[in-house]
Design a protein around this ligand. Structure first.
Ligand code: MLT
Ligand code: MN
Ligand code: ZN
Length: 301
């Protein structure tokens, strides 16, 4: 299984258009940027599954040769999986509207419902090629397939992770809005756990991560009050449904002990001090053997 981090940043990216925090200022000065959260996965290197699709998808697809079309309207993108219904993980669907065929989109039932109603992307896209919504059943492995039903060589099981609904859907009926994925390459047996949003390191996360060759985990915030400390009028990390990485109750203490061979932080917010290479927080992450995710980082399992 080949895995590419298309975008390592949380919603807004780095720099974020309206942000003058230290990381965003430095990113503008140095001409460096991080695009928004998305991962590409392939068993055969030919057909790719996008895990979440961000507003930066167009740039991300152009940045990787493996994702370039093979002919007129012949994309290697075979399917999309959504792990939640947040804007930063779903807006890229609108950018795929030129698709020549209905696009298979795997998502938990609660997210499929949101995209048909509160955030009506599926309704809008039905006037274009449209999507083929496919439900990710809870805790039941499924074989991923392209639009024609051809198997992609990847088995995927889903575990619901505790988290609040997206902000635009606070009144939506209680359902599963966030899941983690455990993907296995049917040929190599390589196992990849993907948990970009999590409010706890709990049994759900342990089930996803235990024995995996690689774990990508929610690295949104270092501390609970990071946004307010940066001068932003915003809720705490925990109120936003993200377990902070640092501190005595943070994820960093627990991540190296989940039984995953490698751990990489993804969905990192622009205010997070781990983005600064010389910060004490970055040193703490690296000392724990955990990797700070970067755009274009690749893995083979
Ligand atoms: C999140 O990950 O918490 C959301 O994407 C934040 C948001 O943009 O509302
Ligand atoms: Mn997000
Ligand atoms: Zn910023």
């Amino acid at each position: 299984m080949r895995i590419i981090i298309l975008g390592s940043s949380a919603g807004g990216g780095v720099p974020q258009w309206n942000c003058g925090c230290r990381n965003c200022v430095e990113a503008r000065q140095d001409g460096r940027s991080r695009t928004q959260s998305s991962v590409a996965v392939s068993a055969d290197g030919e057909r790719w599954v996008l895990l979440n699709v961000s507003p930066d998808l167009r740039t991300q697809l152009a940045a990787h040769r493996a994702l370039w079309p093979r002919g007129a309207r012949a994309t290697p993108v075979a399917a999309v999986i959504l792990t939640d219904g947040e804007i930063d993980h779903t807006l890229g669907l609108l950018l795929l509207r030129e698709s020549a065929a209905r696009l298979p989109v795997y998502a938990p039932a609660g997210v499929t419902a949101l995209l048909g109603h509160e955030w009506p992307v599926y309704r809008v896209l039905s006037a274009y090629a449209g999507v083929e919504p496919r439900t990710l059943p809870d805790a039941q492995p499924i074989a991923l397939a392209d639009v024609a039903g051809a198997p992609l060589g990847l088995c995927c099981s889903t575990v619901a992770v505790a988290r609040r609904p997206p902000r635009y859907a606070r009144t939506a009926p209680a359902q599963t809005f966030d899941v983690g994925l455990r993907m296995t390459d049917e040929r190599t047996g390589g196992t990849f756990a993907y948990v970009p949003t999590a409010s706890a390191v709990d049994d759900a996360v342990r089930r996803l991560a235990g024995g995996a060759d690689l774990l990508f985990f929610d690295g949104t915030f270092w501390s609970d009050t990071e946004l307010t400390a940066a001068g932003v009028d915003a809720p705490t990390a925990r109120d936003m449904g993200h377990l902070p990485v640092g501190g005595p109750e943070g994820s960093l203490r627990l991540l190296p002990r989940l039984g995953a061979k490698r751990v990489v932080l993804v969905h990192i917010n622009n205010t997070n001090p781990i983005l600064c290479r010389s910060s004490a927080e970055r040193a703490e992450v690296e000392a724990a053997g955990v990797v700070v995710g970067e755009d274009a980082l690749e893995f083979e399992l």
